[in-house]
Design a protein around this ligand. Structure first.
Ligand SMILES: Cc1cc2nc3c(=O)[nH]c(=O)nc-3n(C[C@H](O)[C@H](O)[C@H](O)COP(=O)(O)OP(=O)(O)OC[C@H]3O[C@@H](n4cnc5c(N)ncnc54)[C@H](O)[C@@H]3O)c2cc1C
Length: 315
Protein backbone atom coordinates (compact mmCIF):
# COMPACT_ATOMS: atom_id res chain seq x y z
CA UNK A 1 0.00 0.00 0.00
CA UNK A 2 1.43 3.36 -1.01
CA UNK A 3 1.94 6.26 1.40
CA UNK A 4 -0.76 8.16 -0.48
CA UNK A 5 -3.27 5.29 -0.14
CA UNK A 6 -2.49 5.05 3.58
CA UNK A 7 -2.89 8.75 4.12
CA UNK A 8 -6.26 8.74 2.29
CA UNK A 9 -7.48 5.80 4.36
CA UNK A 10 -6.53 6.86 7.86
CA UNK A 11 -4.26 9.94 7.75
CA UNK A 12 -6.92 12.13 9.40
CA UNK A 13 -8.39 9.49 11.77
CA UNK A 14 -7.90 8.98 15.50
CA UNK A 15 -5.96 5.73 15.12
CA UNK A 16 -2.52 4.32 15.89
CA UNK A 17 -0.93 2.49 12.98
CA UNK A 18 1.83 -0.12 12.93
CA UNK A 19 3.25 -0.85 9.50
CA UNK A 20 4.64 -4.33 8.78
CA UNK A 21 3.19 -5.48 12.07
CA UNK A 22 4.15 -9.04 13.10
CA UNK A 23 0.59 -10.25 13.65
CA UNK A 24 1.48 -13.92 13.18
CA UNK A 25 3.57 -13.78 16.32
CA UNK A 26 0.61 -12.23 18.15
CA UNK A 27 -1.65 -15.24 17.52
CA UNK A 28 -1.90 -18.24 19.86
CA UNK A 29 -0.06 -20.35 17.28
CA UNK A 30 2.71 -17.73 17.46
CA UNK A 31 3.58 -18.18 13.78
CA UNK A 32 2.94 -16.52 10.43
CA UNK A 33 3.77 -13.28 8.69
CA UNK A 34 3.07 -9.59 9.00
CA UNK A 35 0.17 -7.28 8.31
CA UNK A 36 0.87 -4.43 5.90
CA UNK A 37 -0.96 -2.17 8.36
CA UNK A 38 -2.25 -2.99 11.84
CA UNK A 39 -4.63 -0.23 12.86
CA UNK A 40 -5.75 0.42 16.43
CA UNK A 41 -8.79 2.76 16.31
CA UNK A 42 -9.31 4.98 19.35
CA UNK A 43 -12.95 5.87 18.64
CA UNK A 44 -15.96 4.14 17.15
CA UNK A 45 -16.20 6.92 14.52
CA UNK A 46 -12.61 6.26 13.41
CA UNK A 47 -13.31 2.54 13.10
CA UNK A 48 -16.54 3.02 11.14
CA UNK A 49 -15.01 5.64 8.82
CA UNK A 50 -12.02 3.42 8.11
CA UNK A 51 -14.26 0.43 7.31
CA UNK A 52 -16.34 2.58 4.92
CA UNK A 53 -13.23 3.95 3.20
CA UNK A 54 -11.77 0.46 2.79
CA UNK A 55 -15.03 -0.64 1.15
CA UNK A 56 -14.96 2.33 -1.23
CA UNK A 57 -11.28 1.77 -2.13
CA UNK A 58 -11.59 -2.05 -2.28
CA UNK A 59 -8.89 -2.41 0.37
CA UNK A 60 -9.21 -5.69 2.29
CA UNK A 61 -9.98 -5.18 5.98
CA UNK A 62 -9.94 -7.82 8.71
CA UNK A 63 -10.37 -7.75 12.46
CA UNK A 64 -7.96 -9.47 14.80
CA UNK A 65 -9.17 -10.57 18.22
CA UNK A 66 -6.67 -12.49 20.36
CA UNK A 67 -5.71 -14.70 17.41
CA UNK A 68 -6.87 -17.79 19.30
CA UNK A 69 -8.54 -19.31 16.26
CA UNK A 70 -6.28 -17.93 13.60
CA UNK A 71 -3.49 -19.06 11.30
CA UNK A 72 -1.70 -16.20 9.53
CA UNK A 73 0.02 -17.27 6.31
CA UNK A 74 3.82 -17.01 6.26
CA UNK A 75 3.57 -14.24 3.63
CA UNK A 76 1.31 -12.23 5.92
CA UNK A 77 -1.75 -10.25 4.86
CA UNK A 78 -2.42 -7.19 2.77
CA UNK A 79 -4.75 -4.28 3.41
CA UNK A 80 -5.81 -3.33 6.91
CA UNK A 81 -5.97 -5.41 10.07
CA UNK A 82 -8.05 -3.77 12.79
CA UNK A 83 -7.34 -4.42 16.44
CA UNK A 84 -9.96 -3.30 18.97
CA UNK A 85 -7.59 -3.05 21.92
CA UNK A 86 -8.25 0.55 22.93
CA UNK A 87 -9.90 0.71 26.39
CA UNK A 88 -13.13 2.00 24.80
CA UNK A 89 -13.42 -1.29 22.89
CA UNK A 90 -12.70 -3.42 25.97
CA UNK A 91 -15.26 -1.89 28.32
CA UNK A 92 -17.69 -3.99 30.35
CA UNK A 93 -20.82 -2.21 31.64
CA UNK A 94 -23.24 -3.82 34.07
CA UNK A 95 -26.92 -3.16 34.63
CA UNK A 96 -27.91 -4.79 37.88
CA UNK A 97 -31.49 -3.51 38.22
CA UNK A 98 -34.40 -5.95 38.24
CA UNK A 99 -34.46 -9.76 38.33
CA UNK A 100 -32.50 -10.12 35.07
CA UNK A 101 -29.13 -8.45 35.08
CA UNK A 102 -27.26 -7.42 31.97
CA UNK A 103 -23.71 -7.08 30.72
CA UNK A 104 -22.92 -4.78 27.82
CA UNK A 105 -19.51 -5.92 26.60
CA UNK A 106 -17.41 -4.24 23.95
CA UNK A 107 -16.07 -6.62 21.31
CA UNK A 108 -12.40 -6.22 22.25
CA UNK A 109 -12.99 -7.35 25.86
CA UNK A 110 -11.02 -10.44 26.84
CA UNK A 111 -13.20 -13.52 27.33
CA UNK A 112 -11.12 -14.90 30.27
CA UNK A 113 -11.28 -11.55 32.08
CA UNK A 114 -14.99 -11.16 31.39
CA UNK A 115 -15.80 -14.59 32.82
CA UNK A 116 -13.65 -13.85 35.88
CA UNK A 117 -15.25 -10.44 36.41
CA UNK A 118 -18.73 -12.01 36.27
CA UNK A 119 -17.66 -14.57 38.87
CA UNK A 120 -16.27 -11.79 41.06
CA UNK A 121 -19.62 -9.97 40.84
CA UNK A 122 -21.65 -13.16 41.42
CA UNK A 123 -23.33 -13.05 38.02
CA UNK A 124 -24.15 -16.32 36.32
CA UNK A 125 -24.64 -16.87 32.58
CA UNK A 126 -21.23 -17.11 30.91
CA UNK A 127 -19.49 -19.86 32.88
CA UNK A 128 -19.91 -22.16 29.85
CA UNK A 129 -17.09 -20.33 28.04
CA UNK A 130 -14.65 -20.51 30.97
CA UNK A 131 -11.13 -21.17 29.76
CA UNK A 132 -11.79 -20.33 26.10
CA UNK A 133 -9.23 -17.75 24.97
CA UNK A 134 -10.25 -14.82 22.79
CA UNK A 135 -12.32 -11.67 22.73
CA UNK A 136 -16.07 -11.15 22.99
CA UNK A 137 -16.13 -10.25 19.25
CA UNK A 138 -14.13 -13.29 18.15
CA UNK A 139 -16.18 -15.48 20.47
CA UNK A 140 -19.44 -14.27 18.91
CA UNK A 141 -18.11 -14.62 15.37
CA UNK A 142 -17.15 -18.26 16.06
CA UNK A 143 -19.96 -18.90 18.58
CA UNK A 144 -17.25 -20.18 20.89
CA UNK A 145 -18.25 -22.94 23.25
CA UNK A 146 -18.18 -26.64 23.91
CA UNK A 147 -19.68 -29.30 26.16
CA UNK A 148 -21.18 -26.80 28.61
CA UNK A 149 -22.79 -24.40 26.13
CA UNK A 150 -21.72 -21.53 23.95
CA UNK A 151 -21.36 -17.76 24.08
CA UNK A 152 -24.55 -17.33 22.06
CA UNK A 153 -26.70 -18.89 24.82
CA UNK A 154 -27.37 -15.63 26.69
CA UNK A 155 -27.00 -13.02 23.97
CA UNK A 156 -29.72 -10.38 23.94
CA UNK A 157 -28.42 -7.92 21.32
CA UNK A 158 -25.38 -7.56 19.06
CA UNK A 159 -24.13 -4.31 17.57
CA UNK A 160 -22.05 -4.42 14.37
CA UNK A 161 -20.46 -2.28 11.72
CA UNK A 162 -21.18 -3.72 8.27
CA UNK A 163 -18.37 -4.12 5.75
CA UNK A 164 -19.63 -0.91 4.09
CA UNK A 165 -19.49 1.05 7.35
CA UNK A 166 -23.16 0.95 8.39
CA UNK A 167 -24.03 0.63 12.09
CA UNK A 168 -26.46 -2.25 12.66
CA UNK A 169 -28.10 -3.82 15.69
CA UNK A 170 -29.65 -7.26 16.03
CA UNK A 171 -31.83 -8.57 18.84
CA UNK A 172 -32.25 -12.11 20.08
CA UNK A 173 -35.24 -12.76 17.79
CA UNK A 174 -33.02 -12.11 14.75
CA UNK A 175 -29.96 -13.98 15.95
CA UNK A 176 -29.18 -17.65 15.49
CA UNK A 177 -26.29 -19.43 17.16
CA UNK A 178 -25.44 -22.99 16.23
CA UNK A 179 -22.41 -25.24 16.42
CA UNK A 180 -19.40 -22.87 16.00
CA UNK A 181 -21.52 -20.64 13.80
CA UNK A 182 -23.91 -17.69 13.84
CA UNK A 183 -26.05 -15.75 11.37
CA UNK A 184 -24.46 -12.43 12.43
CA UNK A 185 -23.75 -10.98 8.97
CA UNK A 186 -20.18 -10.44 7.80
CA UNK A 187 -18.76 -7.30 9.39
CA UNK A 188 -17.18 -6.06 12.59
CA UNK A 189 -18.88 -6.99 15.86
CA UNK A 190 -18.69 -3.87 18.05
CA UNK A 191 -20.48 -4.97 21.21
CA UNK A 192 -23.12 -7.27 22.65
CA UNK A 193 -25.54 -7.43 25.56
CA UNK A 194 -25.82 -10.62 27.61
CA UNK A 195 -28.53 -11.50 30.12
CA UNK A 196 -27.28 -12.81 33.47
CA UNK A 197 -28.75 -14.22 36.65
CA UNK A 198 -27.73 -12.92 40.07
CA UNK A 199 -25.94 -15.60 42.07
CA UNK A 200 -23.21 -15.90 44.70
CA UNK A 201 -19.59 -15.21 43.72
CA UNK A 202 -18.51 -18.42 45.40
CA UNK A 203 -21.00 -20.49 43.35
CA UNK A 204 -20.12 -18.87 40.02
CA UNK A 205 -16.39 -19.15 40.75
CA UNK A 206 -16.77 -22.85 41.62
CA UNK A 207 -18.58 -23.53 38.32
CA UNK A 208 -15.90 -21.59 36.36
CA UNK A 209 -13.15 -23.60 38.07
CA UNK A 210 -14.95 -26.89 37.39
CA UNK A 211 -15.37 -26.14 33.67
CA UNK A 212 -11.82 -24.83 33.34
CA UNK A 213 -10.41 -27.91 35.08
CA UNK A 214 -12.34 -30.23 32.72
CA UNK A 215 -10.95 -28.29 29.77
CA UNK A 216 -7.39 -28.46 31.08
CA UNK A 217 -7.69 -32.20 31.59
CA UNK A 218 -8.82 -32.80 28.01
CA UNK A 219 -6.91 -30.22 25.97
CA UNK A 220 -3.25 -29.13 25.63
CA UNK A 221 -4.00 -25.65 27.01
CA UNK A 222 -0.35 -24.87 27.75
CA UNK A 223 0.83 -25.56 24.20
CA UNK A 224 0.67 -23.21 21.24
CA UNK A 225 -2.40 -24.01 19.14
CA UNK A 226 -5.55 -22.47 17.78
CA UNK A 227 -7.91 -24.77 19.64
CA UNK A 228 -9.70 -27.36 17.54
CA UNK A 229 -8.21 -27.50 14.06
CA UNK A 230 -11.30 -29.04 12.42
CA UNK A 231 -15.06 -28.79 12.85
CA UNK A 232 -16.85 -31.88 14.10
CA UNK A 233 -18.35 -33.38 10.92
CA UNK A 234 -21.56 -35.34 10.36
CA UNK A 235 -21.17 -39.05 9.69
CA UNK A 236 -23.14 -40.87 6.97
CA UNK A 237 -26.20 -41.05 9.25
CA UNK A 238 -26.08 -37.29 9.75
CA UNK A 239 -24.89 -37.53 13.37
CA UNK A 240 -22.22 -35.05 14.46
CA UNK A 241 -19.06 -36.89 15.48
CA UNK A 242 -15.96 -35.50 17.21
CA UNK A 243 -13.24 -34.77 14.67
CA UNK A 244 -10.69 -35.64 17.38
CA UNK A 245 -12.04 -39.17 17.62
CA UNK A 246 -11.84 -39.66 13.83
CA UNK A 247 -8.26 -38.36 13.78
CA UNK A 248 -7.32 -40.57 16.72
CA UNK A 249 -8.93 -43.65 15.13
CA UNK A 250 -6.96 -42.93 11.94
CA UNK A 251 -3.82 -43.29 14.08
CA UNK A 252 -2.68 -39.69 13.58
CA UNK A 253 -1.83 -38.58 17.15
CA UNK A 254 1.78 -37.41 17.13
CA UNK A 255 1.90 -36.99 13.33
CA UNK A 256 4.38 -34.19 12.64
CA UNK A 257 5.17 -31.85 9.77
CA UNK A 258 8.15 -29.58 10.52
CA UNK A 259 7.33 -27.80 13.76
CA UNK A 260 3.63 -28.74 13.78
CA UNK A 261 2.27 -31.83 15.51
CA UNK A 262 -1.11 -33.50 16.02
CA UNK A 263 -1.43 -33.33 19.80
CA UNK A 264 -1.08 -36.62 21.62
CA UNK A 265 -3.45 -35.28 24.31
CA UNK A 266 -6.30 -34.19 22.01
CA UNK A 267 -6.13 -35.28 18.37
CA UNK A 268 -8.08 -32.27 17.08
CA UNK A 269 -5.42 -29.86 18.35
CA UNK A 270 -2.40 -29.06 16.19
CA UNK A 271 0.38 -27.67 18.33
CA UNK A 272 3.43 -25.74 17.20
CA UNK A 273 7.00 -25.42 18.46
CA UNK A 274 9.37 -22.49 17.79
CA UNK A 275 10.55 -23.99 14.47
CA UNK A 276 7.00 -24.13 13.06
CA UNK A 277 5.77 -22.13 10.10
CA UNK A 278 2.23 -21.59 8.86
CA UNK A 279 3.13 -23.77 5.90
CA UNK A 280 3.91 -26.67 8.27
CA UNK A 281 0.46 -26.30 9.87
CA UNK A 282 -1.28 -26.11 6.50
CA UNK A 283 0.55 -29.19 5.21
CA UNK A 284 -0.23 -31.12 8.38
CA UNK A 285 -3.91 -30.15 8.19
CA UNK A 286 -4.07 -31.31 4.55
CA UNK A 287 -2.40 -34.60 5.51
CA UNK A 288 -4.85 -35.17 8.38
CA UNK A 289 -7.79 -34.44 6.05
CA UNK A 290 -6.45 -36.93 3.49
CA UNK A 291 -5.81 -39.68 6.06
CA UNK A 292 -9.23 -39.22 7.71
CA UNK A 293 -10.85 -39.38 4.27
CA UNK A 294 -8.91 -42.58 3.49
CA UNK A 295 -9.78 -44.14 6.87
CA UNK A 296 -13.37 -42.99 7.43
CA UNK A 297 -14.56 -41.57 4.09
CA UNK A 298 -15.37 -38.29 5.89
CA UNK A 299 -14.17 -34.86 4.78
CA UNK A 300 -12.93 -32.69 7.65
CA UNK A 301 -13.44 -28.93 7.33
CA UNK A 302 -11.12 -26.51 9.12
CA UNK A 303 -12.38 -24.69 12.19
CA UNK A 304 -9.22 -22.60 12.27
CA UNK A 305 -9.51 -19.43 10.20
CA UNK A 306 -6.61 -18.91 7.77
CA UNK A 307 -5.61 -15.44 6.62
CA UNK A 308 -3.52 -14.91 3.50
CA UNK A 309 -2.79 -12.18 0.99
CA UNK A 310 -5.70 -11.42 -1.33
CA UNK A 311 -3.50 -9.95 -4.04
CA UNK A 312 -5.98 -7.07 -4.40
CA UNK A 313 -3.88 -4.05 -5.35
CA UNK A 314 -4.34 -1.00 -3.15
CA UNK A 315 -2.12 1.59 -4.76
C1 LIG B 1 -5.94 -23.40 23.84
C2 LIG B 1 -7.20 -23.06 23.09
C3 LIG B 1 -8.41 -23.61 23.48
C4 LIG B 1 -9.58 -23.31 22.76
N1 LIG B 1 -10.75 -23.87 23.16
C5 LIG B 1 -11.90 -23.55 22.50
C6 LIG B 1 -13.15 -24.10 22.92
O1 LIG B 1 -13.25 -24.84 23.88
N2 LIG B 1 -14.27 -23.73 22.21
C7 LIG B 1 -14.22 -22.88 21.14
O2 LIG B 1 -15.26 -22.58 20.54
N3 LIG B 1 -13.03 -22.36 20.73
C8 LIG B 1 -11.89 -22.67 21.38
N4 LIG B 1 -10.69 -22.14 20.96
C9 LIG B 1 -10.67 -21.26 19.79
C10 LIG B 1 -10.80 -19.76 20.15
O3 LIG B 1 -10.55 -19.57 21.51
C11 LIG B 1 -12.18 -19.21 19.79
O4 LIG B 1 -12.53 -19.44 18.44
C12 LIG B 1 -12.27 -17.71 20.07
O5 LIG B 1 -13.60 -17.32 19.94
C13 LIG B 1 -11.39 -16.88 19.14
O6 LIG B 1 -11.50 -15.53 19.55
P1 LIG B 1 -10.44 -14.44 19.10
O7 LIG B 1 -10.90 -13.12 19.63
O8 LIG B 1 -9.08 -14.85 19.47
O9 LIG B 1 -10.62 -14.45 17.52
P2 LIG B 1 -9.44 -14.47 16.44
O10 LIG B 1 -8.77 -15.79 16.47
O11 LIG B 1 -8.61 -13.26 16.54
O12 LIG B 1 -10.31 -14.39 15.10
C14 LIG B 1 -11.10 -15.48 14.71
C15 LIG B 1 -12.11 -14.98 13.66
O13 LIG B 1 -13.01 -14.10 14.31
C16 LIG B 1 -13.00 -12.84 13.63
N5 LIG B 1 -13.19 -11.78 14.63
C17 LIG B 1 -12.45 -11.49 15.72
N6 LIG B 1 -12.94 -10.40 16.34
C18 LIG B 1 -14.02 -10.01 15.62
C19 LIG B 1 -14.95 -8.93 15.73
N7 LIG B 1 -14.90 -8.03 16.70
N8 LIG B 1 -15.92 -8.83 14.78
C20 LIG B 1 -16.00 -9.72 13.75
N9 LIG B 1 -15.16 -10.75 13.59
C21 LIG B 1 -14.18 -10.89 14.52
C22 LIG B 1 -11.63 -12.75 12.98
O14 LIG B 1 -11.63 -11.81 11.93
C23 LIG B 1 -11.45 -14.18 12.53
O15 LIG B 1 -12.16 -14.42 11.34
C24 LIG B 1 -9.53 -22.43 21.64
C25 LIG B 1 -8.30 -21.86 21.27
C26 LIG B 1 -7.15 -22.17 21.98
C27 LIG B 1 -5.85 -21.53 21.57
Amino acid sequence: MSNQARSQLFGDLDVTVELDAPIGAMTWFGIGGKADALVHPHTKDALVTLVARCAQSLVPIRVLGKGANLLVDDDGVDGIVLMMDDPIFRELKFNRNGPVHRLHAMAGADLFKTVNELARQGLSGMEQVAGIPGTIGGGLRMNAGGTYGCIGDNVETVQCCSMSGELLSYDASQLEFSYRSTNIPEGIVLSATFTLQPSQPVAVRARVREIFAAKQAAQPMADKSAGCAFRNPNDREGTRVPAGRLIDEAGLKGLTEGGATVSTQHANFITTNPTATASHVRKLMALVQQRVMDHHGIQLEPEVVTWERTGVASE
